[in-house]
Design a protein around this ligand. Structure first.
Ligand code: ZN
Length: 300
């Protein structure tokens, strides 16, 4: 399960209840919880989701991973899986997952929701089209509504998540994928079925291009939906010295350790730093500022 937002929390809940034996939960974000002493605690969203799902079904294995998904991490995240379920909130990650799933020869169950509608499609090439077949060109940045600008109706995301879970179960049980794109209207409830054929000239599943998987970057930045938070992953890192970073930041602001992460409030920004060097930076206006904050407080 890649992404544990509106779609991912629905489909992972259904898959856990259905008894899927091993769920790997991947999300890069943290959730803020307030405990009985009114202290605010940041916790990796993957860990919080794992705990909730363990209470739903204690008989299955649940593996939370607090990771960002990009070209340097995706192969490891898909290793030894039988299926990948899309709970992401952006097209770039979907193009990447599409390529990685084809390479790993596992099905990929796409799902997306925005405003009051959504879509789901179970991909298993070469039997079905791939994600690129029906999205041949990535639209230019800024041309689509996002969950920040349009919001999402929870009924629409629940319908899409339920279809994804059903399609994932069918594929896990060895059924042939339908090749049908489900288009959901959550406001005037309706599901349309559209048969999607493969494109004979698809760059990904026919010509074998790996445009997204092959991208080499030294830093991956992404803004998180619905917040002024940017995720920065320095990519080629090992584990960092959390104690040293904590000492350095303690001199500049308030710091605390919480669920394996270091949270620091420094000069109006909140940094949540993970042991592998990734950081969430809240209170910045753009990626350039986030990059500067990371260099200044964590170091590259
Ligand atoms: Zn294709």
């Amino acid at each position: 399960m890649i992404g544990l937002g509106a779609l991912g929390s629905i489909s992972s809940d259904l898959l856990a209840r259905a008894g899927v034996g091993h769920l790997r939960l991947v999300d890069r974000d943290v959730v803020e919880l307030t405990n009985l002493q009114r202290q605010s605690l940041d916790r990796p969203k993957a860990d919080a989701a794992a705990e909730r799902l363990r209470s739903v079904n204690s008989q299955i294995e649940i593996e939370p991973l607090s990771k960002d998904v990009h070209s340097a991490t995706v192969r490891d995240l898909l290793r030894d899986t039988d299926i990948v379920v899309d709970g992401t909130d952006n097209l770039e990650t979907r193009f990447l997952l599409n390529e990685a799933a084809i390479e790993a020869n596992v099905p990929f169950v796409y799902g997306g929701a925005i405003a009051t509608y959504g879509m789901a499609f179970a991909i298993r090439t070469p039997v079905t089209a791939c994600f690129r077949c029906f999205n041949p060109n990535a639209p230019p940045p800024g041309s689509l509504p996002t969950c920040e600008t349009a919001g999402i109706l929870n009924a629409a995301s629940a319908m899409v998540g339920a279809i994804q879970a059903g399609e994932a179960l069918r594929l896990l049980l060895g059924e042939t994928p339908s090749g049908v794109l489900f288009v959901v209207d959550g406001w005037h409830p309706d599901i349309q079925r559209i048969h999607i054929g493969r494109r004979s000239d698809c760059p990904t599943c026919v010509q074998g291009e790996r445009e997204y998987l092959g991208a080499k970057r030294t830093q991956v930045l992404a803004s998180l939906c619905g917040s002024d938070t940017i995720s920065l992953d320095p990519v080629h890192h090992g584990s960092i010295d959390m104690e040293a970073v904590a000492d350095r930041l303690a001199a500049l602001g308030s710091t605390r350790r919480s669920g394996g992460v270091l949270v620091a409030d420094v000069e109006g920004r909140r940094l949540t730093i993970f042991p592998d060097g990734r950081a969430l930076i809240r209170g910045v206006k753009d990626e350039a500022e986030a990059r500067g904050v990371y260099a200044k407080y964590v170091g590259i």
